[in-house]
Design a protein around this ligand. Sequence first.
Ligand code: SF4
Length: 275
Amino acid sequence: MEIAQTPKNIVIDPQKLAKLIRKPQKKRIFMGLLLVTVLVLSTILIAMWKISQPGLDNIHPGLSKICEGLVFLIAFIMIAGVLNMTLAIEGLPFVKILQRQMYDLIRILFPISVQLGKIFGISRRTLEGSFISVSNLLFARRGIKVPADRLLVLTPHCLQLASCPHKITRDPKNCKRCGRCNIGELVTLSEEMGFHFFVATGGTLARKVVIETRPKAVLAIACERDLMSGIQDVYPLPAVGVLNFRPEGPCYNTKVNMDEIKSALDQILLKEDSK
Ligand code: SF4
């Protein structure tokens, strides 16, 4: 059997590699569970209001009306938020000013969706992966293009070969490009194309780099959990997420599919002649 030798000294069977590279999760998993979450919450809120209605009337006749208005307003905002996101995903006209609220809604409802997902046998990781697919599609729908010098590419430290002695978190150019991990290829791409490239050891450093480089868009490479929180953290900055894969387990000698990175760069970057 032919063995693929992607980075030098790292030999991965092509069949194993194909299994390791994670396919984008279906968008309907996240959207479906979000809608179920919103409907369940709305039903609970309305039921709570109905149960407490006689008591509220006893306290003050107007109190029940105020609570009714609040309950239906919250239910309306949640359902409208999910529907707005569905319109955006389907490429139909949607209310752009509600995008911030969409991410806020996701932040609030996601933990409940995770619990509901367990009932349907959907793991948190699958749900996070599906969110990333949704978020990437929303990015594409917005038709965002930025010049290379306004794009920030961020990767986690675990993408660097664990035994590599070179300190790349301060300056990725310290990488000697030996080919044993993907960092070298990313440094070379950043020099060729002109985008900012940083290796972040955590969320705090990532936020610091975002403040310092003032990008117009971010391409983040990470696992589902970090991409999920990172994309929401940097909003309103548009961000595309590319999942890493873990031939040696989580957070250790992780890898990224460079073809996926190149196609994401192709999607985000303004072509020279259109600047
Ligand atoms: S960080 Fe650079 S020098 Fe270190 S292993 Fe990766 S490619 Fe080689």
